[in-house]
Ligand binder design. Structure first.
Ligand SMILES: [Zn+2]
Length: 466
């Protein structure tokens, strides 16, 4: 099921994947280093109210952005949730609070330096706020507010005791809501050091403390003041070492806020985080031809071909970046790149280096000779060969500069023989393949690689269709 959806004044389209809950995803500032996705999840019928949630406005607060990522698994019976899982992805890649200064101090009267990319992001964030009935900004902060009042950790923060909704003209008691949520959440927290506190920073007053005075420039204050919507800062503590525990606490608070504002989830989000495992990148050339590149592979492409590294697939949905070394910026996903020389692409997840692959220009693309159900076929390197599960293939030959190469079907190992990484001249059946060696672990995509001694030279991909 596909739908077209108009999101603010920017023309954008989304795809929806599920029936009872609608899921839309869109990348903003695409083809720049500052690209970031926005996810919108809405109940099929009763789409009100709309809650906007930011994760990672500060780049060194994983509890916040990992929670936002988990929230994209939500299915809703009632309401809409707009999630920005990695607001400040550039700073997340660097694991710093704000690479271009503090983004959460740029919402009001911000005199930006001309080339400050945060300004472009904040402009989009404000447009998202304009669509929201409630706004939540997730953070991790130092310390524990209950122990030391100047610390922001383990705290729900509001800018004022009450807000008069611009939409309904009704008064919403932020202080009452905040205190009640804290009370309910604390009943579920076993460690007494981790109990939450409520804090009204009374942002509109003049404060002697510089950090409180600066709250006038934050996202929550902007949402409260300009859009007249209830806005909460939710802060877990950076002194809690486990990211999963921080996510758990964030989720406890959010579930209570959902209840207060009448958003009804269909499923329960668990705080467990999968280790980021890279599967492959999808690359497209100018003509729209698709290539799949797994880790440590060499993709041969024609000299002077223009390509785009489109989507990055892995065990995690968000946080991936592809960096073409020696070219572009830190995240070269969705940019157009001309192949003129040997290129290494580094794959990052958040601030971790995960793996890499190579793209080499080639005057002539070598071919594999294989047999499918007895019929000989020539498969160019880089090709995606579609097969049925009942097909039987035999790998016959691959050559480079006249030399015979070994061919390794990753995921196929002959029984009663040590796997020497050469699978030529044997019948390969789907049922004998080891799923855990497929690219995505599900037995759909496999890599067949030509090697000289142990060095990978080129490959093609087999895609098994059901
Ligand atoms: Zn923060």
């Amino acid at each position: 099921m596909k739908r077209i959806f108009i999101f603010t004044l920017l023309l954008i389209f989304f795809h929806s994947f599920s029936f009872s809950t609608l899921y839309y995803e869109k990348m903003f500032l695409i083809s720049t280093d500052f690209q970031f996705p926005v996810v919108k999840i809405e109940a099929e019928k009763d789409k009100s109210p709309v809650m906007l949630i930011f994760g990672g406005i500060h780049g060194n607060e994983p509890g916040a952005y990992l929670t936002a990522e988990k929230l994209t698994e939500l299915k809703l019976k009632k309401g809409t949730v707009i999630i920005v899982p990695r607001v400040n992805f550039y700073s997340i890649m660097k694991n710093v609070r704000g690479y271009f200064g503090d983004m959460n101090r740029k919402f009001k009267n911000w005199k930006s330096k001309k080339k400050d990319p945060d300004t472009r992001i904040v402009k989009i964030l404000k447009k998202l706020m304009a669509q929201a009935d409630i706004f939540i900004n997730l953070h991790d902060a130092w310390g524990f507010h209950r122990k030391y009042h100047k610390n922001f950790g383990q705290c729900i923060i509001v800018d004022a005791a009450k807000v008069i909704s611009k939409k309904t003209k009704k008064e919403i008691d932020l202080e009452k809501i905040g205190k009640e949520v804290v009370e309910k959440v604390n009943k579920k927290i076993k460690n007494p050091n981790h109990l939450f506190a409520f804090w009204n920073t009374e942002t509109e007053k003049t404060h002697k403390e510089k950090n409180l005075e600066q709250m006038k420039f934050t996202a929550t204050f902007y949402a409260y003041k300009v859009y007249g919507i209830p806005a909460f800062g939710v802060e877990t503590s950076k002194n809690i070492k486990s990211d999963e525990l921080k996510v758990k606490y964030h989720l406890l608070v959010l579930n209570e806020l959902f209840k207060v504002f009448g958003i009804i989830p269909e499923n329960k989000i668990r705080p467990n985080l999968k280790k980021p495992v890279f599967y492959y990148v999808k690359i497209f050339n100018k003509e729209g031809k698709e290539f799949i590149v797994p880790e440590k592979s060499v993709l041969l492409l024609k000299q002077d071909e223009t390509i785009t590294l489109k989507s990055i697939h892995g065990s995690r949905k968000f946080g991936w970046a592809a960096d073409i070394l020696g070219w572009g910026g830190e995240n070269d996903r969705n940019k157009r790149y001309l192949i003129t020389k040997k290129t290494t692409v580094l794959i990052r997840h958040d601030y971790h280096k995960i793996t890499s692959f190579k793209i080499y220009p080639s005057k002539k693309i070598p071919r594999f000779i294989i047999k499918i159900n007895g019929e000989e076929k020539k498969i160019p390197a880089g090709e995606i060969l579609k097969l049925k599960e009942k097909d039987i293939i035999i790998l016959k030959e691959a050559k480079f500069n006249g030399k015979e190469l070994s061919i390794d079907f990753k995921g196929f190992a002959l029984k009663n023989r040590i796997n020497r990484g050469d699978d030529r001249n044997v019948k390969i059946k789907y049922g004998e393949l080891q799923k855990n060696f497929s690219l995505e672990g599900k037995g759909r995509f496999y890599k067949i690689e030509a090697k000289l001694k142990r060095n990978p030279l080129f490959y093609f991909i087999v895609k098994y269709e059901r």
